[in-house]
Design a protein around this ligand. Sequence first.
Ligand SMILES: Cc1cc2nc3c(=O)[nH]c(=O)nc-3n(C[C@H](O)[C@H](O)[C@H](O)COP(=O)(O)OP(=O)(O)OC[C@H]3O[C@@H](n4cnc5c(N)ncnc54)[C@H](O)[C@@H]3O)c2cc1C
Length: 546
Amino acid sequence: MEVPPKPVVRRFAAWGFENESLRPSAQLLEWLRTVVGSGEPVPRVAPGSMAVINPADLPPLPAPTSTAAMDRLQHSRGQGLPDILRLRFGSSVHPPDAVCRPGTAAEVESVLRACDRHGVRVIPWGGGTSVTGGVNVPPGLGPTISLDLERLSGLEGLDERSHLATLGAGTMGPAVEAALAPHGFTLGHFPQSWELSTVGGWIVTRSSGQESLGYGRIEDLMAGVRVVAPAGRLDLLPLPGSAAGPELRAMVTGSEGRLGVVTSATLRVRPLPERKVVQAAFVRSWEDGLETVRELVQSGVPLTMIRLSDPAETRVALAIGLASSRWSPVVQRYLRARRIGDDACLLLYGTDGPRETIGSILSCARSVCRRHHGVIVGSGPGRHWLADRFRHPYMRDGLLDEGYATDTFETAAVWSGVEELRGAVSAAVAGALDPWGEATALLCHVSHPYRDGTSLYFTFFYRTTGDCDENVARWAAVKRSAMEAIVGAGGTISHHHGVGAWHAPWLEAEIGALGRALIADAARRMDPRGILNPQVLLDPTDRLEA
Ligand SMILES: Cc1cc2nc3c(=O)[nH]c(=O)nc-3n(C[C@H](O)[C@H](O)[C@H](O)COP(=O)(O)OP(=O)(O)OC[C@H]3O[C@@H](n4cnc5c(N)ncnc54)[C@H](O)[C@@H]3O)c2cc1C
């Protein structure tokens, strides 16, 4: 008998889909108890029992529009830790007044015109995976709609000769690859949020995928784009190169909805690789690891991904089972035999392409690792990483059930400043919860290296209490300490999550008052009455605890 497939339903106040979950292992929980103590499980208030204020009166909108309470609740917040905490506790939830779903660029244009005429704020919604408060409706914003772009989805055109694909802005990661694969192409853009994030969201937040070393960041992949704004349409053609004044495409990437709504984009695609391989090595120390990564990148070994975990993240992956426990014991015995100690760092490196070239690329990578005293352990851990890489975010919800909060943030610096940056951030996070007498745990890895520097990606943990505001205040304290440390050490306020509402107070510290004013002027030209996403990018209000 054929079993019908389970309907795939997106989870409320959690990451991902109902048919998927990832419980934290007993060892991980034991480690957290030792480092930060035992916390109180975070409740899950049923969405049906939340008090949702009635929607404001809106003008008729020329596209399907819903005011259903559940739809509005689902569009009230993104996927940052405070979003999930607020939704689980049912506290401080401010839904938009309606969710509008235009199906064409022309409909987006008409909706924006109607909203502009009546002073209705518009928050574009791609996949709602923002971790910077980018889709949140702050209190007091006035009549607001969430502009869900899910109907602008799919492959609109494929120029096989030029390796260019035009996709609707609302196309999610799996749908992008599913549309390209039958034609023998891939985009190669795999952020960890790939299951739910969209083409338009990637572009306006300047997203970076896990294989960015080989495929490039989204700004490298975007050849052309269509943006619809209250002031009109901006159609930037796909061109292989151009000297027609300042690069407006670059202005659209990172614009976070302030310059208009991206309705479609033409992206550079590549032939599907015959094979994809990720291998693992262990280096004796973080310093050895950084030197290995720097040499791999600067000597031009054509890898598509590199990930170097610090000793703490390596210990978590190995001894505590964040990675698959099937290979952990074997690798641990091997490392003991090779006298690799507690400071060991796990290094994953991968590439793709035809079988014969993969072999020689990996052999070059292994030589570089060995030059830095690396011990190669083969493809087993890499296979597990590839298989599990989109599942890890599911663990956050299981941790909240057990009384532990976890979140991530990321930055980048030039090679000569990386160590100072990591030191400053680690010290800041370690002391961030001192006012509460609470501890944090912090893990770090490198995952987007460049010739001139690298990103640093941090994961932190703390224990939760039964009080929502208190949990959010602790998160905000860690976040503020980290941001101050990043700015002080010359790192970027975001390598790939974007600015959103939460990082906006620190934008000026990175690009200066004139830089910020330039963006504000461009936003005013495209959206004179400021109806689009007024809460993000340029508004320096501290909204970490909103
Ligand atoms: C578990 C997890 C893992 C993540 N991993 C990564 C990662 O590896 N790499 C990475 O880069 N990011 C990552 N992110 C962050 C997030 O997924 C990215 O910022 C992503 O690009 C957002 O896409 P989205 O479609 O969900 O956008 P949304 O969250 O819906 O929107 C983000 C912002 O863009 C605006 N916006 C959305 N679509 C449009 C549009 N078409 N036109 C104009 N404005 C628009 C929104 O109003 C909002 O301000 C992760 C997030 C989570 C929760």
